[in-house]
Design a protein around this ligand. Structure first.
Ligand code: ATP
Ligand code: MG
Length: 396
């Protein structure tokens, strides 16, 4: 009996004339994540994709890989059958028995797209229900809140399934512009990157490295996090900026209570220049309102001041617990909590301003930069290293 994996894509239905473009992007990602599986191939049906030809034993891993693709709404492992009621009913009973669904309630949910088929959907539901009741005496029908639903679709062939496994949802990667994510080694920023990826944005990243104040292990942690994000989005170009001299200048010459703010502003300036050079249309951070002194409304206004492109903050209204929940789900949490210092913790003011005033911050910054700040920013730009991280193959 032929098995197929039926793949539904969600919101991209809505995209009108852009639909083929979105479909190609999802299809491309599905092919990429399943590359290396013997015999597998994909084909297109009405508003969905089918995967088939893979060894049955690999089905769980194939499902897991496909469910990581942004744009995939849900998947169902299905039997692909002859369009014959006897065949379908028998296979349905077998499917229920195999799963141990022999004591409880069910309903049949059919859809007939092929109008040549002699029974309409209602009739098929009745027939299937009746035959299942006969075949498995422990079952009864509950059409409102059944424990299990037996789905049957009559299309090019008959497709039969009971499971609908949720996919990652969202929009296919790269169909929604490109953002440059300020990626630190913390819990928040990788989650912010993942969320943007889920909405279809391509995500590149930038990390400000301050050796010897921050270690090689702290830097490796950021590379590892970028890799995990790339496993979801397909690709992350990580820019590593040598930031030590800028930071030391700010530390030596800047007012202590504005240290974090001036540092953030310097990061934003460099990030914006990198974004423009690399075709990113927005910056993104892991900031969340009120989480720390540098993330109050006033501080955010000071950080963003002078940036000439959107600064996206997907976590702005997230509680830390919400963020941690996502971090666990996407696989970044364990890496994020490794105890390596980052530059914000090394150079942290004892009493940071929580309600900074923009004119005061600007004036302080001007005074500091008068001592060669702009040159240091340029130097930092020149020293950038780029790493290209692509999705790690799940198979082969
Ligand atoms: P995270 O968990 O992402 O580090 P956080 O809550 O610890 O966030 P901060 O350390 O205050 O917050 O940083 C706020 C944001 O600034 C981060 O989410 C990140 O986008 C950016 N950021 C901070 N430090 C760096 C860095 N060294 N390199 C790149 N971006 C950084
Ligand atoms: Mg941090």
């Amino acid at each position: 009996m032929k098995r197929v994996l039926l793949i539904r894509y969600g919101e991209i239905h809505l995209k009108g004339l852009n639909r083929p473009y979105f479909e190609r992007a999802v299809l491309h990602a599905i092919e990429e994540v399943t590359r290396g599986v013997e015999g597998i191939h994909t084909y297109r049906g009405q508003g969905r994709f089918y995967l088939e030809g893979y060894p049955e034993t690999m089905e769980p891993q194939v499902i897991q890989a496909v469910c990581k693709v942004f744009g995939v709404h849900s998947v169902s492992p299905a039997l692909c059958l002859e369009k014959d009621l006897d065949v379908i009913a028998e296979a349905a009973a077998e499917m229920m028995r195999e799963r141990g669904y022999v004591q409880g309630t069910f309903k049949a949910d059919s859809r007939r797209s092929d109008k040549q088929f002699p029974l309409n959907s209602m009739q098929l539901n009745e027939e299937l229900g009746y035959r299942l009741l006969e075949a498995i005496p422990g079952l009864s029908v509950d059409i409102h809140t059944p424990q299990w639903t037996v789905y049957c679709e009559i299309r090019e062939e008959a497709y039969l399934y009971v499971d609908k496994i949720p996919g990652a949802g969202g929009m296919p990667s790269g169909t929604g512009g490109k953002a440059l994510l300020l990626l630190s080694g913390g819990i928040d920023s990788p989650v912010a990157g993942w969320m943007l990826g889920k909405r279809g944005s391509a995500v590149d990243a930038i990390y400000f490295d301050s050796p010897p104040h921050t270690s090689a292990r702290a830097r490796q942690k950021v590379v590892d996090l970028a890799q995990i994000v790339a496993d979801w989005t397909g690709r992350v170009r990580l820019h590593i900026v040598p930031f030590t001299q800028v930071q030391e200048l700010l530390y030596d010459k800047g007012p202590e209570d504005m240290l974090t703010l001036l540092m953030r502003r310097a990061m934003m300036r460099i990030a914006e220049r990198v974004a423009r050079r690399t075709g990113c249309q927005a910056l993104a951070t892991g900031e969340s309102l009120g989480q720390v002194a540098s993330q109050t409304m006033e501080a955010i206004a000071c950080t963003e001041d002078g940036v000439g492109m959107p600064v996206l903050r997907p976590l702005i209204c997230f509680d830390k617990n919400d963020t941690i929940e996502v971090a666990r789900k996407i696989g970044t949490f364990e890496t994020s909590i490794l105890p390596y210092e980052d530059c914000c913790t090394v150079f942290v003011p004892k009493h940071p301003l929580t309600k900074p005033q923009l004119p005061v911050v600007r004036a302080a910054e001007e005074a500091v930069y008068a001592e060669g700040g702009e040159t240091l920013l340029e130097e930092a730009m020149k020293g950038i290293q780029v790493m290209e991280l692509t999705r790690r193959p799940a198979f082969g």
